[in-house]
Every structure is written in C-alpha cells, then in structure tokens.
Design a protein around this ligand. Sequence first.
Ligand code: NAD
Length: 240
Amino acid sequence: MKTALITGGTKGIGKAIARAFLERGYEVIMNYDRDEKAALAAQEEFNMMGYCPVLHRADVSDEMQVSDMFSELLSLYGKIDVLVNNAGISFYDVIQNTSPAIWDRIFEVNVRGAYLCSRAVVDNMLGRNCCIINIASVWGEVGASCEVAYSASKGALIAFTKALAKELAPSGVRVNCVSPGVIDTDMNSRFGPDEVEDLISRIPLGRTGRPAEVAAACVLLAENTYITGEVLSVGGGFAK
Ligand code: NAD
C-alpha cells in the first residue's frame, strides 16, 4: 500500500487531498499544526466513510518538529511515497502594513515548511518512483495586489519545485506544483460578496473552484510517472 503525507491535511484543500488519496487506496497521514478539534473531526468524518487516516501534529516551519514527525512516521510505515506540501498561510494588506514578522512567518510556513519536509523525506524516496507535490498559487505566477508576501512566497515555491525536480529526476523522484486559483475554503472567507463577485467576473469558467478539483490534480501528478517540474494551474482559466 502506498503512503501519502498531506501537510495541513485536516481542512480545506488539504482535507480534500487526503480524501482523494484515501479513495485511491493510499495509507494517508494528515498533518496539522494547531486545531486538534478540527483534526479529530476530520479523522472521525473519514472513519465514518470507512477510511482510517492517521493524524500527526507538527508545525512544518519548525525544524525539530518536522524531523521528529518524519522519524516517527518512517519508523512506523517504513516509507512515504507521496508528500503533499499543502500547509500554507496568507496575509492580505498593503506592503506598508506587512511587517517583517508577518513577511517572515509567511515564508517560514509556505517556503521553509516545504523545504524542511522535502529535505526530511528525500532519502527515503530515492530510487522508488515517489513524488513531492507543492501547493503553490496562481498569485505565485502572476502576483496579487495586497498579497505581496504571499505571492512572493508562492513564486519561491514554484522555483523550489522546478529546481528540486531537476535535482531529483535522476533518482526517480518527481516534484511538481499544483497552482490553485480561487478555491472555496476558509482562506478566502475574508472576501465579502462584492469582492467574490469581482473575482468570479475575472474567472473564465465563471465560478470559484472546489477543493476536490485541486485534489484531483494532485492524484494526477502522483500517478503520472512522466511528469516532473510542472506547474499545473487549477484556476478555471484565471490569470492566464
Ligand atoms: P486553509 O486555511 O483552509 O488551510 C490551510 C492549512 O494549513 C490548515 O490545515 C492549517 O492548519 C495548515 N497550516 C498552516 N500553518 C501550518 C503550519 N505551520 N504547520 C502545519 N500546518 C499548517 O487554506 P486552504 O485554502 O485549504 O489552503 C491550502 C493550501 O492551498 C495553502 O498552501 C494555500 O496557500 C493554497 N492555496 C489556496 C487557495 C485558495 O483559494 N483557497 C488558492 C491558491 C493556493
């Protein structure tokens, strides 16, 4: 049985990715950092569907916590076949109000987190036809006003993906990005109805995306063994 670790996997897009891999017969580990109640509720929801995902609490930006998480998981399962670096945070304001602490935290979670988790799992993946999938954002491709730190972090994640894909391809490990557009999750709950309408008016497919649609792209990237170094946009044609 293949094993997939989804960071930030207990809500929003991460939870949908966890579900998609459970449905494909994977052993799934759902990482989360803080909200234990939501994590247990997600696990219970999947249990009711007949699946048995495992929960693992760790802040992906913390080197020790990441190192402990992988030691524990690898001693338990022996291998991880798919790592989805999904955990992410955003911040919406003009650059004058983006403090250095906020800037650093965005990069710590969105970029350092993916780096630490990838680094911790790579040795286990070498020569085994495994893959790493990073959840970037269309903002990382085209930039968003009032989301400079977030856009820059996702742009860095895209460059990280392309470089790591080249480094690991000779060892049979694939590295790709999924780049979602506007997806219905808590991350976008700050937008009022007018802002959502404005965003939708700029999406060629005329609607926001569903977490399950991002998850389907992850399954595709996990299972197609001849794709690496790609940025797969799941944005309804947005920002093209
Ligand atoms: P969300 O806020 O619902 O979920 C984010 C998840 O990341 C949560 O489970 C949270 O607990 C986890 N997380 C945050 N910091 C963490 C840390 N330090 N360690 C471990 N886990 C941590 O948001 P979402 O919309 O589901 O976002 C998932 C990913 O998709 C993020 O990387 C986000 O940037 C990306 N994304 C979202 C959208 C969108 O429109 N929703 C668009 C493009 C990209």
